[in-house]
Design a protein around this ligand. Structure first.
Ligand code: NAG
Ligand code: NAG
Ligand code: NAG
Ligand code: NAG
Length: 346
């Protein structure tokens, strides 16, 4: 606890300079509280059971199959196992070493009511990422089928679609951006707890390294218009990328036209906390062709407690008439109003 206070204190006073639009003090505090919870369980607690149940082995096979199927789509021959997987001992590779349950806030750019679809590109340029998200119940150590995984992230030049905020892209000068739903969507998990998306590697923006956001929904109802309603939310988290991979990605167009200051993972307090308590929020990546531009296959495990209840607040709603502000959301008027600070409790 004492150590936690020291870490938190350092974060509040120094480590995270209040860049406009990316003041993460509140999120750092929330995450610190979560890590300090004595009854917190993570996927690390399931390692043995997932190994013994054959889950890791089966998942490794599925992963190789999928990577080769994606290679075939690009006209590449199948590749041997060794060339498709990051190096390391077999057990490590089976485990995918990608466990995560970093509870963080949804941030100011969550739009609820997005469509159920795996391909969220809508023509967005960038390094294409085929991302499999595996959801596992940390209380039973079993994958969770038939729940909804929501994913969103900013575009390759570090701007969130669908949200008009002073600190996002050109800000209030582009009100029509509220009607842009690219790079946002939901997918149901398969029998093996996997939700698959096609998106881009997100760009960076001032104050934060490249990351994607996720929300895990349970018990929601699918509506005729391909959206979900009701249910509960067990998890609100963020995924990150290996810094070496990002260096390659950031050299390519259009990432290399991003004029916002770059923040490395190692400089980001939320990233560091995301790695706390045995978690690893870094997406494991297989490059499909000879260059990053040929596309990537990504893989990450998310451990959740289905009975946990989070109550994130969407800044906007996606509706039949396009994007609509959620007037009741404390995120309206971001960056940091008195109201936001009150609700978040800092
Ligand atoms: C990112 O979004 C902003 C706002 O819509 C747009 O101006 C910019 O061109 C987009 N970047 C890419 C690479 O599409
Ligand atoms: C968003 O789209 C809706 C429906 O097409 C339209 O009525 C509305 O004016 C658009 N909003 C903005 C800010 O452009
Ligand atoms: C899920 O895993 C089981 C057992 O490992 C396997 O038999 C089954 O084919 C898998 N199903 C899917 C949809 O991948
Ligand atoms: C889908 O239907 C619900 C319920 O009628 C509605 O509230 C929502 O705005 C609709 N969303 C879209 C994108 O059409």
């Amino acid at each position: 606890m004492q150590l936690l206070k020291v870490v938190l204190c350092a974060a509040l006073t120094g480590g995270v300079v209040a860049h406009p639009g990316a003041d993460i003090h509140a999120e750092v505090q929330k995450r610190a509280e979560h890590l300090a919870n004595p009854s917190r369980r993570t996927l690390a607690d399931c390692t043995r059971e997932l190994h013994e149940s054959g889950y890791y082995k089966h998942r490794l096979a599925r992963r190789l199959e999928r990577a080769n199927a994606l290679r075939a789509e690009l006209g590449h021959a199948p590749s041997a196992d060794e060339n498709l997987l990051p190096r390391g001992p077999l057990e490590e590779r089976q485990r995918a070493a990608c466990v995560t349950d970093p509870e963080v806030t949804e941030g100011p750019y969550w739009v609820s009511g997005e469509l159920i679809r795996s391909d969220v590109l809508e023509g967005t340029q960038g390094v294409k990422l085929n991302l499999d998200i595996n959801v596992i119940d940390v209380s039973t150590c079993k994958p969770i089928p038939n729940i909804y995984v929501e994913l969103w992230g900013c575009n390759s030049t570090g701007v969130y679609t669908g949200v008009v905020a002073k600190t996002n892209g050109v800000g209030l000068a582009a009100p029509q951006e509220i009607n842009n739903s690219a790079l946002r969507g939901l997918q149901a998990t398969s029998a093996n707890g996997t939700a698959s998306f096609i998106t881009v590697v997100p760009g960076h923006y001032t104050g934060r390294p490249n990351h994607l956001h996720t929300i895990i929904h349970h018990g929601a109802t699918k509506l005729p218009n391909n959206t979900i309603q009701g249910g509960t939310i067990s998890h609100v988290g963020q995924f990150y990328f290996d810094q070496n991979l990002l260096s390659s990605v950031e050299k390519t167009a259009p990432y290399n036209t991003n004029t916002q200051a770059l923040t490395l993972n190692s400089q980001d307090q939320l990233f560091k906390q995301g790695q706390g308590g045995g978690d690893n929020p870094v997406v494991q990546i297989t490059q499909l062709g000879n260059t990053v531009e040929s596309g990537l296959y990504g893989f990450i495990d998310v451990g959740v407690n289905p009975t946990a209840r989070r109550n994130p607040s969407p800044v906007n709603f996606w509706t039949a008439n396009g994007g609509m502000p959620n007037r009741a959301s404390f995120w309206q008027g971001y960056p940091w109003t008195k109201k936001i600070r009150e609700v978040i409790g800092i």
